[in-house]
Design a binder for this molecule. Structure first.
Ligand code: NI
Length: 193
């Protein structure tokens, strides 16, 4: 296994539509997923799409650990933690279907845009389907943070980065600055109560 170089915003590989994978059981995809997993763990992210490691093919990996980061983002989104932990998932040639019109705004980051975060609206309840590394099709319903992660990762396969979905650019900035401001806003609200 090896840690792969992550493409950053501005690189053409992040802007184009990735190709469908004909045979996910080919050994090269096992190696790709092993390397992507090592890269994801090293970078400390929750998801990674193949184009982010310079492979323009329709494959994403993600997991939702019961970590503090996930819990904080649930709170930001005003969602409960009904979806809980999601094990590491390899999703190939994914299709996303919203199960309701409801959308929620929450802050996202991306390993291709290090050090920054922005508020993005996503569907709160989706069904996603695709193929696993074993070549078997599967489908899952997802809500909240889980649904958000899948929508973010699958956007990468269509050449879309989260800043393209930010509606109010005042909600885009450097992590340290944004977190300081959020804390100040929370303190002010507590003061008013
Ligand atoms: Ni990303």
């Amino acid at each position: 296994m090896s840690i792969l170089k992550i493409a950053r915003m501005g690189h053409p590989v992040l802007k184009k539509r990735a190709e469908a994978i004909a045979d996910p059981t080919e050994p090269k995809y096992h190696k790709l997923v092993a390397d992507m997993l090592e890269t994801l763990v090293d970078a400390g992210g929750v998801g990674l799409a193949a184009p982010q490691v310079h492979v323009s093919e329709r494959l994403v990996i993600f997991h939702v650990p019961q970590s503090r980061m996930a819990e904080e983002r649930y709170k930001e989104a005003g969602l409960d933690d009904e979806t809980g932990e999601v094990p590491l998932t390899v999703l190939i040639n994914p299709v996303i279907e919203p199960l309701s019109d409801e959308m929620a705004e929450a802050y996202e980051g991306c390993l291709s845009i290090p050090g920054m975060m922005g508020a993005v609206k996503r569907y709160t309840h989706i069904r996603y389907s695709g193929i696993g590394l074993d070549g078997e099709p599967f489908a899952r319903d997802a809500k909240g943070f889980h649904a958000r992660v899948v929508q973010h990762e699958c956007d990468h396969l269509d050449g879309v980065l989260y800043p393209q979905r930010i509606e109010d650019m005042i909600k885009f900035g450097y992590n340290e600055e944004m977190k300081m401001r959020m804390q100040a806003d929370m303190d002010a609200q507590e003061g008013e109560a």
